[in-house]
Each structure stands twice: as structure tokens, then as C-alpha cells.
Design a protein around this ligand. Sequence first.
Ligand code: NOJ
Length: 557
Amino acid sequence: MTFRSSDESGFVERVPADRWRVPWWERGVIYQVYPRSFQDSNADGIGDLAGIESRLDYLASLGVDAIWLSPIFPSPMADFGYDVADYCDVDPIFGDLAGFDRLLLAVHKHGLKLLLDFVPNHSSDQHPWFVESRTSRENAKRDWYIWRDPAPGGGPPNNWISDFGGSSWQWDETTGQYYLHAFLKSQPDLNWRSSEVREAMMSVLKFWFDRGVDGFRIDVLWHIIKAETLPDNPINADWDPCRTQRDQLIQLHSTDQPEAHAISAEFRALADSYQDRVLIGEIALPNDRLARWYGTPAQPQVHLPFNFQLIESEWDAAVLRLKIANYETSLPEFGWPNWVMGSHDAARIAARLGDAQARVAAMLLLTLRGTPTLYQGDEIGIGEVVIPPDRVRDPQDLRQPNLGIGRDRSRTPIPWDATAYGGFSTVDPWLPLNEDWRERNIAAQAEDTDSLLTLYRRLLTLRRSCEALAIGDMTLVGAADEVLVYQRRYAGDGLLVVLNLTHELQALTLPNHTEVIEVLASTLPPSIAKPTHWVLHQMEGLLAPDEGLVLRLKEKN
Ligand code: NOJ
């Protein structure tokens, strides 16, 4: 048993027979790099592969294990790389294949792993496959994409709505049919019912695996195949007009189809034919449906179906406790959990929670059971960045400007230091920097023992040195509504994590029959933290506002 939601006795620990055989991605921490905004090396205001290579010392010293790069492939950049025009090359903005090989070698030399972003649901309309497909109804690649006649009364074949707003269907004058696109009209959906598409895309994975990449994050995996007859999606009676147009419908027939699992299993079989590779699925579904993407022990699918609940959750201990419990209990026995705190699609965590709770969030992310994914810039707490209207680049925001769901604000360049343009570039970057970049940058925080970056480093070091955090079991402990408490255990080592999710003092009660023997980490900046001995040997104490602690416990005789 690996998880319990109470602190009853009789807890059975899972102790792997050989802890060294735990795969790297179970104990590892993943760091998402958004290449356009990480480091520019050639003065065009956009980040690139050579820039990433030049910052590997930083990533290695931060203490993460793997970096996942958002797409680097040739692309017209209508959706900033999620519109791929060639799956087996590198966009000149980022470099070239030789530069990629150099980066991969350097990543491995730093003891890190490199994951790429695989975008199988759709290509760019500039991809030669689509360019061919749209030339005639008889073209050999016609059924590589999803083409349909107009509905009997005219208009799009069904009522599906694109994720970026408007119909999912685009009329194509040349051949007098519509094609399907779940995102922009310049991102036509591939037809995964075609065996040729499947073979071509498997060759893409092989191409990169053979080059030595350690795995993939698979873009919108739950979209990959659609109901064969493309029926209308049901109307969502609960739709709130403040939400995206897409949510007017329940995506019953356009996503999460049973046939998708066989495709996911095929990806896995290929990954497993190499050594030590990992597949992460971007899947936004409720727990019960998310859990199916693990597959079965006999036919596994992705190793880690991304779990976005920390991004979406209300910041409340009772809500989080329930979400953690429900997620953990939904996992198959062999399924390893994972937690994502931020991404290039979501609002910045520090913008949501403020500086003090961003520290608590760091402790939560790095002490829960499961692989954490950390998004670039969150380690220095980049907060809300206001993008002036004339600098908005996100196609989703440009198409639905009044929803406040703009993604540029989490894609702004990394401020490395207080030199011009934050050391990101020598020219004005493609998106503005965070307004406070002169103070809030990597160099400044690296030197400041009170900084969020220093806290991240400490927590990452602790996680690496502490099996209970990396691979141990977890028990949620009932506590006051404002304080989230859980135990982590491994081979006799027992830790207690207590997180005050409020700006007020809170009472802390330790589980029965235990005492604290060591304070391993605190979210409070060391210069203002109270002496740590306050809590030792006490059954009760007070948690300061915004205080999180990792405590080592001992059972009392
Ligand atoms: C999910 C990606 O994270 C997002 O950035 C992109 O726009 C869509 N998939 C479409 O590929």
C-alpha cells in the first residue's frame, strides 16, 4: 500500500526490494523549459538551443533531474511551435540538428535528462503532408487529415468548437470540403485512423529516440482520435459565458475516445523498446478517466498522465486534502503519481497566490508523493506580468481577448541578472520581462539566502537526499481546515509536512505518539524564521503565517 488518508496505525509501507531500481522519472523532478523565453544566444530577442546549453550549469545546480523542452521543430509559429511543419528537424529560430545533438550531449554530461514535446494530434497547415492533402480529394495523403462534406443543410459537418474559439471546421475552397482543427485553423488535426499516419508518427518518435532523447511530453494526448462518425457534441447546460467558447459543448465525441488507448499503448511499447525512456501525457480529464491512461500492467500506456490539479485548485487546505486523496485513490496500484504546479498555458503560481504562499506551494510541490513538474521562472516567483495590448502574441488571447486567459503572461523571458534585458538577450525580447526584473532575477536570488530560489534549491536538495520524500509512502493526516498535513515514510524514516495555507497563525498538533526530532525545512526566510528548536519535543505548536515545515518524526515509546 502506498497511500492512506488517515493516520491510523497498521500502515504498510512499500519498500522496493532494490531502491536503485526505481526508475529515474519516479524519483526525479522535471523542469519545463519554454525555449523561446529561456536564453537568447544570437541577439534576435528569442531564446534558442545554444542559449539553453549555456544555462545548463544553472539547471544542474538547481537540482532538477530532467528538462522538458516545449516544441523546437520547424514551425510558422502560429501557436509558437505547437504547429509543427517538420517533426524531424529544428526550427532555425532555435538552431539546427547539430546544435540539438550538442545540447543533448551537454545535458547528459550534466547528469540531466532531456524530454521533447511530441505534438501528434495536429500539424501545421504548412506541413508538406497537409500541403499535399489539400491539393485534391484523390491525393494519397487526403485521409491523413480529417476532411468532410458540409452538413446536409450546408455549413460545418458538426457543431464542434475549437479550443481557441469558433468552429472546429475550416472550409477549403480548392476541394470543396471542410477539414477539422481542434485548435487554430492553421493546425489541422491528423487522422489517427489512418495506418500510414500512425506509421509516420511512430517513425518520428524513433527518429528522436535514436538520437538519444530520454522521453516525450505528448501534447493533448486525449484529443488524438475522434468518434468515427463525428456526431455533434452535447450542449453544456452549465456553460458560463465568462468561460471559453469551447466549453459551450461537452467534448464527448471529440476527445477521450476508447481507441486512443491503443495508440497510447503503441507509443509505450516503442518507448519500452529503448532503455529508461519516459512518456508523459498531456491529458486534462477527471481522475477516473485520467487513470485509464496508465493502461494495465500487461499493456501499459503513458508513465505519467499529467495531473494539473494543483494548477486548477482553490488554495484551501480542505479542498487540496480532498483532491490529493481522490487523486491518490484513483491511481491504479502500479501507477506512479505526478504533480504539475505551473506551465506555459496557465497563470503564474505567484500571480495566483502571492510571494508568501508561492513558498508554501514550492514545499507542497516538492514534498507530495509523485514526480513534480516545475515551470521555468516559478522558482523565482515571477508574478503577474501585464502585457500591453500591442505586444500580445498568444493566438488564444488574440481570438478571445476578454476572457483573461492570455498565456503570454506566463511566457515572458527569464531574467537572469540586472543587466540590460535581464541578461536574457541583448535586444528587446519578443515578450516583455516581468516589471520587477531588476530585483527579481536569478542572480539576485541566487545570492539571497532568504529568496524563493534558495528555498527551491534547499527543497530539491532535501528531496534528493531523502528517500521518504522521493519515493516514500504518503498518509494524509486530518487537521485544521487551514493547515495541510501529511506524512511521508520510507524504511523507518518518517517525515511530517505541515503547510499553513493562510496568512494567519495556525495551531499545529502532531499525530499521536510522535515527537519531532529534526526540522528539515521551513518556508520562512531564514532571516525571519524563529529558532527551530521551538517545535522539538513538543506535541503542539503554532505555525506562523505562510509557514510550511518538513519535520522528522520519531514514534514515542
Ligand atoms: C497544449 C499546449 O500546451 C498549448 O500551448 C497548445 O496551444 C495546445 N496544446 C495546442 O497544441
